[in-house]
Design a binder for this molecule. Structure first.
Ligand code: SF4
Length: 408
């Protein structure tokens, strides 16, 4: 399975999108971009979690004014993730009035559906394209089902209604999205934006429509595609719907950068969308970001939730330690750890992992064999806390002995 390598390579800051580059993980901040400190901190957090590109809202003069300082702070902190400005309605004004904002960003997201209507829209769209061209910046032309060009939709729906055999409205809307996206690319190119500077997206919140839209787009354009189910929703629904829709496309090599648009729980961790995108790519074996923890679902053989806690704490430990491990050890992302609930599948899965532990189920002796590369290396006993501590230490020592140290 490979990404389409016939797409134009688009350079965004230090990163290439498309042209055979790996599928990139993208995330978006939810801070007020006028708040320089909070936004810079969240970009860094997203990048540390694994976001390779970070998008920020630029919706007001205060936000546009803050952009150069946000970018400077992020760069000073050693983070080189490209920073993208998300513009709607007034992007032509903000980019014109705040040239330092235009210069500081690596890419502009333009939504052709909400820069105005008719000739006004064309003029504003042209103004943004001219600024991108003159600053040699990439753009994403991002069509969204929720903000589709209303004139186009009304005209096409009316034509459809008068046709001898009208098609479902949904089909008409999808056709409008494709037309809007491709037409905007043509306009941008005719205005002097290089094809090597344009990324395209056509997002909807309905998985089947997303699949149909991107299949068609992939056949009709060589622009790299930004893929994501928009307004995916909260929690499990957002995760499953995003993965279901994106996997079909990614499996077919469609999608050059992805975002999982989760609605966070109130006070939730924005980095969840980064972890979700990484898991999708890792599950499909397109990228390898983080060690994998294999754990069983548990069943009537598990006497307590001790193995669930151990699986969860092992995952947390790996997430916390990974940035340091990455700096120290080559290929540590490929580590596979197993945490299993009983003897039925526990030893087998533990032996198949790099390192694994099989906890005792109902009526088993209270001992926990640990396997490394298929060989039993220890049997842990005692209270839950002690077993966890010893197992995490064994993981640390496995990594220290099995993975090659990076040169300083
Ligand atoms: S490994 Fe054991 S505890 Fe886990 S699901 Fe299988 S039978 Fe149940």
């Amino acid at each position: 399975m490979t990404t389409r390598d016939d797409t134009f390579p688009v350079q965004v800051g230090a990163l290439q999108l498309g042209g055979g580059a790996p599928v990139r993980v993208q995330a978006m901040t939810n801070t007020d971009s006028a708040d320089t400190t909070a936004t810079a901190a969240q970009i860094q957090a997203l990048a540390e979690a694994g976001a390779e590109l970070a998008r920020i809202t630029v919706n007001t003069p205060a936000a546009a004014m803050a952009v150069p300082e946000i970018v400077a702070r992020v760069r000073d902190a050693g983070c080189d993730a490209p920073i993208i400005g998300d513009f709607h309605y007034n992007g032509h004004i903000l980019l014109r009035d705040y040239p330092q904002c235009a210069a500081a960003l690596d890419k502009y997201r333009i939504n052709p559906g909400n820069v105005g209507k008719g000739a006004v829209r064309d003029k504003r769209f042209a103004a943004i394209c001219a600024i991108a061209r003159d600053n040699d910046k990439a753009v994403r032309i991002g069509v969204n089902a929720g903000s589709l060009d209303s004139e186009l939709v009304e005209t096409r729906l009316a034509e459809n209604a008068n046709a001898p055999s009208p098609t479902p409205a949904e089909t008409v809307l999808n056709a409008c999205m494709i037309y809007s996206a491709l037409h905007a690319v043509e306009q941008a190119v005719s205005l002097g934006v290089s094809e090597n500077r344009i990324v395209l997206s056509c997002k909807t919140s309905r998985p089947n429509d997303l699949v149909a839209l991107y299949r068609e787009l992939a056949g009709r354009t060589r622009q790299p595609l930004h893929l994501g189910l928009t307004e995916a929703g909260m929690g499990m629904k957002g995760l499953v719907w995003s993965a279901a829709a994106m996997s079909i496309l990614l499996e077919a090599g469609i999608g050059d950068t992805i975002r999982v648009s989760l609605t966070p729980e109130p006070g939730g961790n924005r980095c969840e969308e980064v972890y979700a995108a990484q898991e999708v790519l890792q599950a499909l074996e397109l990228r390898q970001f983080t060690p994998e923890v294999v754990s069983c679902p548990g069943c009537g053989r598990t006497a307590s939730d001790a193995f669930q806690r151990l699986a969860s704490e092992t995952k947390q430990h790996i997430r916390a330690r990974l940035p340091q491990w990455r700096e120290q050890y080559e290929g540590v992302e490929t580590l596979k750890v197993a945490v299993m609930g009983c003897v039925v599948n526990g030893p087998g899965e533990s032996k198949a992992a790099n390192i694994g532990i099989s906890l005792p189920g109902n009526n088993e002796k209270p001992r926990c064999p640990v396997y490394a590369d298929g060989v039993k290396i220890a049997t842990l006993h005692g209270v839950e806390h002690a077993v966890k501590k010893a197992f995490l230490e064994l993981i640390e020592s496995y990594i220290a002995t099995r993975y090659q140290k990076k040169q300083a």
